[in-house]
Design a protein around this ligand. Sequence first.
Ligand code: AMP
Ligand code: MG
Length: 347
Amino acid sequence: MKTEIFWVDENSIDILSRASQLIKDGSLVAIPTETVYGLGANALDKNACLSVFKAKGRPADNPLIVHVSSPEEAEKISFTCPLYYELANRFMPGPLTIILPKRDNVPREATGGLDTVAIRCPSHPVARKLIELSGVPIAAPSANSSGKPSPTTAMHVFDDMNGKIPMILDGGECDVGVESTVITIKDNSIILLRPGKVTLEDLKTVCKDSQIAGAVKEELKAGEKPLSPGMKYKHYAPKAELYLIDDKYIDFVEFTKQKQKTENCAVMCYDEEISQLENKNLLPVGKREDIKMQTHNLFILLRRADDLGVDTVYAHLPQDEGESLAIYNRMIRACSHRVLGGINGKG
Ligand code: AMP
Ligand code: MG
């Protein structure tokens, strides 16, 4: 299959109409969103959903997020509740996914066999226009091959999906850079299953009774059933071995400077550290305090590390709270919990 890439904005009606026709016909289209690129399919068409799993090589029990053009559209495919609308008023459209009981019209192929469906209303104008033109909710997981870092540019998508899908809509670099915050509602309380731009503190402004699921920070225990199937899969892994350095216990610059002399390694350093390190395979993540930039750069740099062909990658252990929790969660899984230094130290 030939994969075509088109540069678009929300006014590219000819191309977006072609894309919506593909969706209606059961094909796949990669779409830009404010978080990462999504691999879109008609969420109500079970064969289209199955094609998504096939193109990504995604385990069949890892459900897809379904994208709607307005919070109210969720009524057609799920059973909402007052807390859903309180959250929607504050965070939709935007990078928040809410899990709700599903209606019968949503195929189990989309939900990994579950009775619930994950709902998101994206803010990216291209994604919104495409859902509108398609006239159906769009199931869209991140448009990477399963296990690779999520794509934040159309070229990342092309690297993984060339020959597997007919069309990629290029809307430029994604703003946020990591996937949406995923939550579930239980008896008027919230459990955060995957951290993203919408933080625990943000959620608490709407619902005081909000907490983080254990598996967000810790490894699942043997035999433990995850609240979200995605928690049990290794994610976001670069080809090289990634190590996180707890810089409360290890001098990051001294340590990585030594490694640069002896190993074929890359170093994900803060901008302030560039001048102190050897100018070889450096992957600056942004300024130490600039969490927004570090989040935006995260997957771009993990993919660049692959392109460098290094054996090892060293990075700072991120803070595990606030906006930084989203980076922590991705990095800790990308490195399979290999942390050097401190009480977490496994190296
Ligand atoms: P991705 O689409 O690649 O961003 O991943 C979607 C994430 O949402 C995965 O971690 C899924 O396990 C999670 N998810 C989607 N639907 C559900 C659901 N019904 N229940 C629990 N987790 C879900
Ligand atoms: Mg994904």
